[in-house]
Design a protein around this ligand. Structure first.
Ligand code: GLU
Length: 473
């Protein structure tokens, strides 16, 4: 292999390359393609917070990639790796992700260059509130313009602080609670949001296994039951995805790759036990539910059916792509496969379910939360008991005919009206199935798109172009 072809691109260049490949199959004018590709604006803020008797300066970003729909949407990550290029690449992915799953938002992303572990909870709150204040001053957090959400290193706690800080500044706005999503349920969040990205990964996998042609391409058969899975990263997304496919679909998670080490168990790791162990603060090496070895970059190359990279971008790259043994990679993280690795894997026949589809569950349920917030009512509140009464009437009437006697279990499951979390799951499942279908449709109409990633980008670019064209751009 020549030297230049082994040189890796950065994340932003990688996303651009994937974008360009898909754009080349459209008949959209090059000028419009350029408009869609570039990030509209990136705001960098450096702010000081007095902590531990000294002033500490923090660097944060909020990038708006595309405002063809508003509000723009995307998480805020806390990590020392945060930089402008990364935030812009992630914002671009948000535009294409939301367009693909028909969530009516533009794309945005934010980041704060910080290791949350370096600070106490109280300090983090002060830093977060100050960052929120800086964003709010420029409408970069706003229920109708820009709605952040959790990402790596942030969660419900940070969203609660952000919402509260924004509320202090805008206490007459009736929609103030819709300024961020991913809030705790007791603070106007929605049930099912915490696990939404992992749940979406599970639904995407189930949908893949419903398509015989895709299974054939990947060299897989049957369904998720018994499939050997490697998960890289047991954070919020990796944990939920692994837990659901193992506990509900019978998949065998044989390896979990974490920063502190690698856990192996050919019989299948009990994900809940491992997560509880990790949360307990005990060393990973003390975990009894599998063999624990030292951190090993080669672990991602292990033999398995399905590889779920669920942590950082760029973990599958020119260095290791040739050695990857998984038949199917589902990108639970954003950008885990570089553009160059993507080409190597495609040539090897590895089937990839791309990030902009695979991890869209988070933003999809964020959309439901936002709708709930501006509607000021929990989903199902008006219908649930009405539905229950009708179902009960039907069951009673059928039993009264004689001859039929339903089991108690069937009755209780059938009669019960849909709760908020039932509706969130149904809406998410529908979204994941629909978007898979729309990628497949693009591939059927244009076989030269070849792979799911290119087809997904193709669909999204076409949708964004249509929005711009309709407003005369
Ligand atoms: N941070 C998540 C993502 O990358 C969720 C974004 C959101 O809910 O707005 O998709």
């Amino acid at each position: 292999m020549s030297k230049s072809s082994t040189k890796e691109l950065n994340f932003r260049q990688s996303v651009d390359l994937m974008f360009n490949r898909a754009a080349s199959f459209t008949d959209i004018s090059p000028k419009m393609i350029e408009k869609i590709r570039v990030c509209n604006a990136t705001y960098t803020v450096r702010f000081g917070v007095k902590l531990r008797g000294d002033i500490h300066t923090f660097v944060g970003y909020r990038s708006v990639h595309s405002e063809h729909r508003e509000p723009v949407k995307g998480g805020i990550r806390y990590s020392l790796d945060v930089n402008q290029d990364e935030v812009e690449a992630l914002a671009a992915l948000m535009t294409f992700k939301t367009a693909l799953v028909e969530v009516p938002f533009g794309g945005s992303k934010g980041g704060l260059c910080i290791n949350p572990k370096d600070w106490s909870e109280e300090e983090l709150e002060r830093i977060t509130r100050r960052f929120t204040f800086e964003l709010a001053r420029r409408d970069l957090i706003h229920p109708s313009l820009n709605v952040p959400a959790p990402d790596m290193g942030t969660g419900e706690r940070e969203m609660a602080w952000m919402m509260d800080e924004y509320r202090r500044l805008n206490n007459t706005d009736i929609n103030v609670i819709a300024c961020v999503t991913g809030k705790p349920v007791h603070l106007s969040g929605i049930r099912g949001r915490v696990e939404a990205t992992g749940r979406g990964v599970q639904y995407a996998l189930r949908e893949f296994f419903r398509h015989a042609d895709d299974k054939k391409k990947a060299g897989l058969r049957g369904d998720l039951d018994g499939k050997k899975v490697i998960v890289q990263g047991l954070g919020n997304v990796g944990y939920h995805a692994a837990k659901f496919v193992a506990e509900e679909d019978g998949a065998k998670v044989i390896t979990v790759i974490e920063r502190e080490g690698v856990v192996h168990n050919p019989k299948g790791i009990k994900i809940e036990d491992l997560k509880q162990h990790m949360l307990s603060g005990e060393p990973l090496s003390d975990f009894k539910g599998g063999k624990v070895t030292d951190p090993d970059p080669k672990a991602i190359e292990g033999a398995c059916d399905i590889l779920i990279p669920a942590a950082m971008e760029g973990v599958i790259n020119v260095e290791n792509a040739h050695n990857i043994k998984a038949k199917l990679i589902i990108e639970a993280a954003n950008g885990p496969v570089t553009a160059k690795a993507d080409k190597i894997l495609r040539d090897k026949g590895v089937f990839i379910i791309p990030d902009l589809y695979a991890n869209a569950g988070g933003v999809t349920v964020s959309y439901f939360e936002w709708v709930k917030n501006i509607g000021h009512i929990r989903f199902g509140r008006m219908q649930r008991r009405n539905q229950e009464a009708k179902n009960r009437e039907l069951v009673d009437a059928l039993e009264a005919q004689g001859g039929i006697k339903f089991s108690r279990k069937f009755k209780s499951e059938f009669i019960e009206g849909a709760s908020e979390v039932d509706l969130v799951r149904a809406g998410l499942d529908d979204t994941m199935r629909f978007a898979y279908g729309s990628i497949k449709e693009a591939l059927d109409n244009k076989p030269e798109l070849e792979d799911m990633r290119t087809a997904a980008f193709y669909r999204s670019i076409s949708a964004v172009a249509l929005s711009y064209q309709s407003i005369g751009l």
